[in-house]
Design a protein around this ligand. Structure first.
Ligand code: ZN
Length: 310
């Protein structure tokens, strides 16, 4: 069954969020501190409605449970990937995610979290925290106890078009001025290491320092993924990453191109311009899922997209 499932994003307010999701994507944001657009999600904390009339307003999570053939009858309780757009007007907390094995034991059988970032935009001078400078866990514990965060955290510049793979155990934080598209395992397990002593509704947000120290990879090992680009028709396709949980690609199209998909499903996000997918009009800010073994797909227009599959 060859179908394009069109999705309605779910928007989440965050203390560090801004207005870029409205200003750049036209979404109806709930307030001027909106941090996350859950664009392709079957997760209970933000399950996207499928807008194709034939599905009667069901969500992606519901369709995954009741119409598994649309997703190639893959096993599992939840739609396995989650695609977000994140507007960080201010710094996010320093955080780390567990892997599947640790989350299973310590988080009621939840999945761990591997994620990756494609940078949609960044303000001049924006930095990002990826990794740390501690040589041993003991040294890390010491630096945390003494509050030597500047010395501990590894900070690098963030530029439009950059790509980062964040494996479990990698300390990370987006900083103010970044707008990214995140593709991740469908999990919400985050260990917050440090939150700049900020207050939310008069209280500091909960920290998870022991679990963070437990799961952080020491010493830090930089990811060596090198994206590769090929030309297909009038499209330039960049293979951003393949890891055990997903493959992610970026395509820039000026004209038309024929792609072919043989995955249980394909997440597609239009991040710039407009055009058509097999004749259906799509534009910047639209997010879709192509159903199982979709096969050939004709793309036309001037647009930029990010797509992913398991
Ligand atoms: Zn994260």
């Amino acid at each position: 069954m060859k179908k394009i499932l069109h999705l309605e994003p779910v928007l989440h307010e965050k203390i560090w969020g801004g207005t870029e999701l409205r200003d750049q994507f036209g979404y109806a944001i709930p307030s001027d501190h909106t941090g996350e657009c859950w664009a392709i999600s079957g997760h209970p904390n933000g399950d996207c409605r499928v807008t194709n009339p034939e599905f009667g307003g069901q969500t992606l999570g519901q369709l995954f449970r009741t119409r598994r053939e649309l997703f190639g009858n893959i096993p599992g309780d939840v739609f396995p990937l989650l695609v977000k757009i994140i507007d960080a007007r201010q710094d996010l907390s320093i955080q780390v995610h567990p892997d599947d094995a640790y989350a299973k034991v310590h988080e009621n059988g939840s999945l761990g979290k591997t994620e990756c970032w494609y940078v949609l935009d960044s303000k001049p001078g924006t930095m990002v925290i990826i990794g740390h400078n501690a040589g041993t866990r003991e040294e890390m514990r010491q630096m945390v106890a003494e509050g030597k965060w500047n010395q501990l955290l590894r900070q690098i510049p963030l530029r439009k078009g950059d790509f980062f793979q964040i494996n479990p155990g990698c300390l990370h934080a987006l900083k103010g001025g970044s707008l990214i598209l995140e593709t991740q395992q469908s999990s919400d397990v985050t260990y917050r290491f440090y939150d700049y002593d900020r207050l939310e509704n008069g209280k500091k947000r909960e920290l998870h320092i022991e679990k963070s120290l437990d799961v952080t990879t020491v010493p830090f090992v930089p990811d060596r993924t090198v994206p590769e680009t090929e030309t297909v028709g009038d499209a330039e396709i960049t293979h951003l990453v393949t890891c055990p949980f997903y493959s992610v690609y970026r395509a820039v199209l000026h004209g038309n191109a024929a792609l072919s998909f043989h995955a249980p499903f394909v997440n597609v996000s239009i991040i710039g311009g407009e055009g058509t997918l097999d004749g259906e009009p799509v534009k910047k800010g639209d997010h879709m899922v192509l159903t199982a073994n979709y096969g050939p797909c004709r793309l036309e227009g001037n647009m930029e997209l990010v797509y992913s599959y398991i």
